[in-house]
Design a protein around this ligand. Structure first.
Ligand code: NDP
Length: 257
């Protein structure tokens, strides 16, 4: 990046789930670096507001709907050019003891957090291979690298995403397309607010006690900021990061080493 403060000028980046939380921070960071950005999600109104505030394009694309992905990605490319950077960030997190993890919850999480990334990558990859340059960054989780109680479905999906990252990185190693994952620890977004509310409702703990329980696993004893995850994603997208592929980088204050 040295000497060029906008190294992604001319690149079109698509960020799934880019209307809020970690995805919005990633979209903002890629815009700063000069990329043209499309953010997607399910809620068109929220996307329109976020896109207008950021100065990018917002398109409703449900990552659990293969046809919507095909149509949406084609529309995104028609507007802003071939997709050069794909950030698979859209995701949901629901906790439940294993015995109460029913098939609906399991399917819901796997379909969104894992199959969604698979389908979006298949839709974007031809553009990258044709252009001879590309970056795929998957937003996994520390739950993709280690086991966590009451999170069997989420851990399975995120471990799967890390596995797909590694396999595709090797498969594409001879091409100028890198595939990496970032693995945030608990990060200040709606997902964590919902997790805290869930703990408070189920255990009777106070909000502060629930929060202290979540950050206990992070040696820095704090939540990660969405902007910190965005910095790592943006770095992986830089032209100079071409030799980094197949990595799953924890952004977690030392939670995992
Ligand atoms: P938020 O709940 O704030 O945002 C989730 C995003 O995903 C929203 O933009 C939402 O858009 C989108 N999304 C959810 N389901 C779908 C779907 N079916 N199709 C399209 N978009 C969808 O969560 P975070 O920002 O915290 O999470 C972003 C990613 O980071 C997720 O993959 C999550 O697993 C991961 N992560 C989060 C951590 C945390 O502690 N916050 C820790 C580790 C990983 P909309 O509502 O418009 O559909």
């Amino acid at each position: 990046m040295m000497g060029d403060s906008r190294p992604l000028v001319g690149r079109h980046a698509l960020v799934t789930g880019g209307g809020r939380g970690i995805g919005a921070a990633i979209a903002r960071q890629l815009l700063v670096l000069g990329a043209a950005v499309t953010i997607t999600g399910r809620d068109q109104k929220r996307l329109d507001e976020a896109a207008a505030a950021m100065g990018c394009q917002g398109l409703a694309v449900d990552v659990t709907d293969p046809a919507a992905i095909q149509t949406g990605f084609a529309r995104a490319s028609a507007q802003l050019g071939p997709i050069a950077i794909l950030v698979n960030n859209a995701g949901i997190a629901k906790a439940a003891p294993f015995a109460r993890t029913d098939l609906a919850l399991w399917d819901d999480i796997l379909r969104t957090d894992l199959t969604g990334a698979f389908l979006c990558t298949q839709a974007a990859l031809p553009d990258m291979l044709k252009a001879g340059w590309g970056r795929v960054v998957n937003v996994a989780s520390t739950a993709g690298l280690t086991g966590m109680a009451y999170c069997a479905a989420y851990c399975a999906a995120k471990h799967g995403l890390v596995g797909m990252t590694r396999a595709l990185a090797v498969e594409l190693a001879a091409k100028p397309v890198t595939v990496n994952a970032v693995c945030p620890g608990y990060t200040e977004t709606d997902i964590v607010e919902e997790t805290i509310a869930n703990i408070v409702a189920k255990t009777g703990r106070t909000r502060d006690e629930a929060l202290a329980g979540l950050v206990a696993s992070n040696p820095q004893k704090r939540l990660i900021k969405p902007e910190e995850v965005a910095e790592a994603v943006a770095w992986l997208c830089l032209p100079g990061s071409g030799s980094i592929t197949g990595q799953s980088i924890a952004v977690a204050g030392g939670e995992l080493m």
